[in-house]
Ligand binder design. Structure first.
Ligand SMILES: Cc1cc2nc3c(=O)[nH]c(=O)nc-3n(C[C@H](O)[C@H](O)[C@H](O)COP(=O)(O)OP(=O)(O)OC[C@H]3O[C@@H](n4cnc5c(N)ncnc54)[C@H](O)[C@@H]3O)c2cc1C
Length: 496
């Protein structure tokens, strides 16, 4: 009988595949069980009426997380995935008719902000430099280490970082902070929007989130050739090359555990035993359906969910030169939009609209002379009656786009597919369809996320609902943290 250690990973999302690769590198035989018929979880793509769409994530930052994973596996990312930097990270459209290009180059962006909105150049440059310092001193400690280990908080780096933790970062909201840093409404709104990168409300989330712009505006936005799904394809190919076994159409029913130790899983009413189990499933469903721990379920229920999304995938029968890869049409009443989402579980009648058009970079994603529009608005997690609501929201979107683009959009829509929170929960097992698990609307929220280990011996967690958070960069970091914890635990248990 082989002495090889075995690991089971439940879920083939980005983090599930990344942790599988890292465990294979450590010498585990790894089996990934995925309920869907393909890898990727939220990060997949589909084709309809000659248009190709990325189904979920569209913004790619921090490719260094992928570079590092591939290099740790002895491979070169470029052999699997090519990406290029995007010169304008986002085009912002305001109801007052102003348009601001967020150039990837900080000076160019600051000049644009001054020319269009009248924001002093130095305000933008100072903000981005503070954002960089915050990320480099605090962000990297928090995002690269386990949250529940004393070692993380007792290191020299933490002591060195403490002076950088200003009162404002913890006790002011992002919006209060931005109001002090910027003079103009336009720049405040652009920088408030970064709270939505983890599904939070800028009028409540702590100013600590002001470190997020560093990732986009200093480090840059990138476009993976052939679309975001290439990230899934690259991870899947690497995992297979490293010997990971994938099982699709394989919903795990239960995690076997006795006396506080995870022993394997039940699938098709059959027990599969392994040295350890990693769950890439939403932590709510891991505890509720797979482990059966009501105390944990109740704790998660008390944490406010991040926002969800309503997405219209439109095949547009025209090319619009005024649009770029990422475009934002801001709500006129931004605060009300978030109050509607988080306080009233409703959608504002004037929602901020995000449009992503990959055919700007990959012409093969749309027929000649046409474009593939991924049109998204933030909506509350949960809620039902989407059939009715989505038609009302579609009308608000069309009216706003017609107004700001001076056009008539409706006759140009020749193909439509819709994704709503109910479908997100159904397709990717995400509790209430929240995009990023719990929101970061309180200063303690980041510390209350599900840790990567520690509840049951030999059960580990990775993915967007656990530490350090949602989104592709953080999911890749969560896989690295989890794999490191496993390596340390293996050493510890060997010595006992
Ligand atoms: C519309 C949308 C837009 C987004 N935009 C961005 C963006 O621009 N940039 C960004 O970085 N992030 C974005 N995100 C968030 C990002 O997609 C997620 O944070 C990330 O993909 C989550 O990855 P994960 O590893 O947690 O796994 P998930 O993608 O959540 O996958 C979990 C997997 O587990 C499987 N599973 C569940 N239960 C079981 C079971 N019992 N047995 C077996 N398998 C099971 C599911 O089928 C799924 O495949 C967006 C998400 C959505 C939906």
């Amino acid at each position: 009988m082989s002495n090889q250690k075995s690991a089971i990973v439940i879920g083939a999302g980005v983090a599930g595949m990344a942790v599988a690769i890292r465990l294979a590198i450590q010498g585990f035989s790894v089996d990934v069980y995925e309920k869907n018929n393909c890898p990727g979880g939220k990060l997949t793509a589909f084709e309809k009426d000659g248009f190709q769409f990325d189904a979920g994530p569209s913004l790619f930052t921090q490719p260094q997380n992928l570079e590092e994973l591939f290099s740790d596996a002895g491979e070169t990312l470029n052999d699997y995935l090519n990406y290029e930097s995007v010169p304008v990270s986002c085009k912002y459209f305001f109801e007052n008719g102003k348009q601001i290009n967020a150039f990837a180059n900080a000076e160019s962006f600051a000049n644009e902000a001054e020319a269009v909105a009248g924001e002093p150049i130095q305000n933008v440059l100072n903000y981005l430099s503070a954002s960089q310092k915050l990320y480099n001193r605090i962000g990297i400690i928090f995002l690269n280490h386990p949250i529940n280990k004393g070692k993380t908080w007792l290191s020299k780096n933490v002591l060195r970082a403490l002076p950088a933790v200003k009162f404002a970062y913890l006790f002011k909201s992002l919006s209060q902070y931005n109001s002090r840093k910027f003079k103009t409404h336009e720049l405040r709104q652009i920088f408030n929007r970064f709270a939505t990168y983890n599904g939070s409300n800028p009028f409540k989330a702590p100013a600590m989130l002001s470190l997020i712009p560093h990732l986009e505006m200093n480090q840059g936005v990138f476009y993976p050739k052939a679309g975001m799904v290439s990230i899934t394809n690259a991870l899947y190919s690497l995992a297979k090359k490293k010997g990971v076994q994938f099982h699709f159409n394989a919903p795990v029913q239960h995690i076997i555990h006795t006396e506080g130790i995870a022993k394997g899983i039940v699938i098709n009413n059959e027990n599969k035993i392994a040295s350890l189990v990693v769950s890439n499933v939403d932590s709510y469903f891991t505890w509720q359906q797979l482990v059966g721990r009501l105390d944990k379920v109740k704790k998660i229920e008390r944490q406010e969910r991040s926002s969800s999304a309503l997405v219209f995938y439109w095949g547009i029968n025209k090319r619009m030169n005024e649009l770029g890869l990422h475009n934002i049409f801001f709500s006129k009443h931004y605060k009300e939009e978030f109050e509607a989402i988080f306080n009233h579980k409703k959608i504002s009648s004037d929602p901020t609209i995000y449009i992503n058009i990959t055919s700007k970079y990959d012409t093969a994603h749309a027929p000649a002379g046409k474009e593939n529009w991924f049109v998204m608005v933030n909506v509350p997690a949960g809620c039902d009656d989407w059939e009715l609501k989505q038609q009302q929201i579609k009308q608000s979107i069309i009216e706003k786009l017609n107004r700001l683009l001076q056009t008539d959009i409706e006759p140009l829509i020749e193909s439509e597919t819709i994704l709503n929170p109910t479908l997100i929960e159904l397709q990717t097992g995400s509790y209430l369809g929240a995009l990023y698990g719990a929101s970061s609307n309180t200063k303690m929220a980041a510390f209350k996320r599900q840790p990567n280990s520690g509840d049951l011996r030999n059960l580990y967690f990775c993915g967007g609902t656990v530490h350090p958070g949602g989104g592709i960069p953080l999911c890749l970091k969560s896989a690295a943290i989890t794999a490191n914890l496993i390596a340390q635990d293996q050493k510890k248990y060997q010595h006992h």
